[in-house]
Design a protein around this ligand. Structure first.
Ligand code: BTN
Length: 213
């Protein structure tokens, strides 16, 4: 993996996308600030100074990449910072009931650009439902070390992604609003192919896309 460090960019996703389109593989870009950070479903991802914002490309080998990235981030953060994180399907990281990190995977040909945003040392511009590691633990994080550990953790990941995800899944048994079905449902878990399983008044169903709000 080749690492590129930027002070400021529009979005690290676009940096890697451009490199992939030019035929260059295995690059990671970290930017201290993004002025056009993107989240899932076309949302803006506020990327102020202090947080960890990076993207890298990987081969598209399986459908579970997005869940695998979440599990890898969770395991590395748990190991390094000894905190209780959980995963909100499909791949948000939750710390003390608030979102602390998000992942955006975008497919380009036979490559996938994995973008990871972690609120590490940033305290400002966090919405009510989000938090940062520094806010929760008081400790600051070395963003470069964390990024490299996550990429290595992701590349070397050999465990059963579904099993690990299930064991660390947030909100299981709770009633939450699920965007795809436009109503509240009880979160049951994930299916063997990584879809969200929910229970409504009359049945149990799998949800293929969308999110838990
Ligand atoms: C989400 O939770 O909606 C996904 C957020 C992904 C944010 C990261 S930050 C690095 C990379 N560059 C972006 O513009 N987005 C991703």
């Amino acid at each position: 993996m080749e690492y590129i460090f930027l002070e400021k960019t529009e979005s690290t996703q676009d940096c890697i996308k451009k490199l992939v389109e030019e035929g260059k593989h295995d690059t990671a870009v970290l930017a201290k600030e993004q002025v056009k950070g993107r989240g899932r479903n076309g949302r803006t991802w506020v990327s102020s100074f202090g947080g960890l914002w990076f993207s890298f490309d990987t081969e598209f080998a399986e459908d579970l990449i997005t869940l695998k990235a979440g599990v890898a981030v969770l395991e590395v953060c748990t190991k390094l910072y000894d905190c209780k994180l959980s995963l909100k399907w499909p791949n948000d990281l939750i710390l003390n009931n608030k979102k602390v990190a998000g992942i955006l995977c975008e497919k380009i040909g036979n490559r996938v650009v994995v973008g990871i945003g972690i609120n590490t040392n940033n305290k400002d511009n966090l919405i009510e439902t989000s938090t940062s590691f520094i806010k929760e633990t008081g400790k600051s994080i070395d963003n470069e070390v964390l990024m490299k550990e996550i990429i290595t953790g992701f590349q070397d990941y050999r465990k059963d992604v579904i099993k690990e995800f299930r064991e660390n899944m947030a909100f299981v048994g709770e009633k939450k609003y699920v965007s795809t079905i436009n109503k509240e449902a009880k979160i049951m878990g994930i299916s063997d192919d990584g879809h969200l399983t929910v229970e409504t008044e009359n049945n149990i169903m799998n949800v293929f896309s969308g999110e838990i709000l």
